[in-house]
Design a protein around this ligand. Structure first.
Ligand code: ADP
Ligand code: MG
Length: 366
């Protein structure tokens, strides 16, 4: 079977690596020049985009910011999963908020702003601590501004004056004092079969994911149930096919949706080592309408796991392989500041053991 992925980065690469043992071949499209390439070597394959679309059993994306004309061409083949509407929801915070409201899914209080004068009413309605997000083309904390006090409003307005808010409105959110950030990754197949992974707890630094731990510690059955309920409402509401990632804020016992990613997600990379079926394999299974694999932790060796992003550094610290349960995943990219270069997965029999392994890793990595 053949799957064509729009985007030729690390997510397509990891889909390729997990598809191979199943006899599933993954091809990638470099969306900058429409070349069809090998997801690992990035070498051009001998197909035009049209030929690859024809050859593929399913088309999918590794990121949501694929040019819309390409998405429309993919959708027209009848083989794009998730469908174009779900991908565009993930690419546009306004559509995302509209979807959450229409499905009555709890999320952060917000206002949509297409004129800077409206920021005053945001302060009145949401309070003076705000997080302001461009509705499109933001990622890893880019395209975001913070207001910490009403007195900063004039300075913020002049900073934002350049933006064309009629074309790309802002989503202005109340700054939440959440207890922690968690995410739920799950998959849905065309027939409506759903599997969800345990909640992962995510630690960010300067807007970028650094560490995920799964299952999130102290996640009660009620919390997992709440997350599963949110996930099911979302995927059924969108008639979604594939892996969907849901980023959530935990405030006390309540989960609020932060954002959705219509694809495999950095906070699900732990599943390569900590779950019987990785998110990449389950995504391929879902888009090809194959039975989904176990996503839950079955206990035993990999009872808990963590993922640490390697950011802006390509120092291959092979000595870390001496820590039992450590797995490297390098993406083969040239080094740049703040660029995700790879990640390390580590498994352990419990949180205490995981903690001491993470301690060892941080000593090496710092
Ligand atoms: P992206 O991941 O696309 O850059 P997010 O909306 O997830 O954008 O925001 C990045 C990070 O900023 C979040 O992971 C969280 O740490 C913080 N953040 C986002 N929205 C809020 C909010 N309403 N209140 C407090 N912190 C927030
Ligand atoms: Mg995010």
């Amino acid at each position: 079977m053949q799957v064509l992925v729009y985007g030729a980065g690390q997510l397509a690469q990891m889909m390729y690596l997990d598809g191979a043992p199943l006899g599933i071949n993954v091809m990638a499209v470099d969306v900058n020049n429409n070349a069809v390439v090998h997801p690992v070597s990035k070498a051009p394959l001998n197909y035009t985009l049209e030929q690859a679309i024809e050859l593929a059993d399913a088309l999918t994306v590794e990121f949501e910011h694929v040019p819309e004309a390409l998405l429309e061409q993919a959708e027209a083949s009848g083989k794009l999963h998730p469908g174009i509407d779900a991908i565009l929801v993930g690419a546009d915070r306004v559509r995302e908020k509209q979807l959450l409201s229409s499905l009555a899914i709890p999320n952060c209080p917000y206002q949509i702003v297409d004129d800077l004068a409206q920021l005053d009413s945001c302060v009145e309605n949401l309070g003076e601590r705000l997080i302001i997000k461009a509705s499109r083309d933001g990622y890893d904390g880019y395209g975001q501004w913070r207001l910490k006090a009403a007195s900063e409003l004039p300075a913020l307005k002049s900073q934002l004056a350049e933006l064309d808010l009629k074309a790309v409105p802002l989503v202005v959110e109340k700054m939440l004092n959440f207890d922690r950030e968690v995410s739920l990754i799950g998959a849905r197949s065309p027939g409506g079969e759903v599997v969800v992974y345990p909640l992962a707890e995510n630690l960010h630094h300067e807007g970028q994911l650094h560490v995920s731990v799964a299952p999130a510690s102290a996640s009660t059955a009620a919390l997992n149930e709440q997350a599963r309920d949110i996930f099911t409402k979302l995927v059924n509401g969108m008639d979604y096919v594939g892996v969907l990632a849901v980023e959530l804020f935990q405030c006390g016992d309540e989960l609020l949706v932060n954002e959705l990613a219509p694809r495999v997600h950095n906070s699900g990379h732990w599943s390569q080592a900590g779950s019987p079926t990785s998110q990449f394999e389950n995504h391929l299974r879902a888009v090809l309408d194959l039975p989904l694999g176990l996503a839950c932790n079955t206990g035993g060796e990999a009872a808990v796991s963590a993922m640490i992003n390697i950011i802006g550094c390509d120092d291959h610290q092979m000595a870390l392989l001496s820590v039992p349960g450590v797995h490297f995943h390098w993406y083969g990219k040239s080094v740049r500041q703040k660029r995700k270069m790879g990640h390390i997965n580590v498994t352990a029999s419990g949180y205490a053991e995981l903690g001491s392994k993470l301690q060892k890793l941080s000593e090496y990595l710092s």
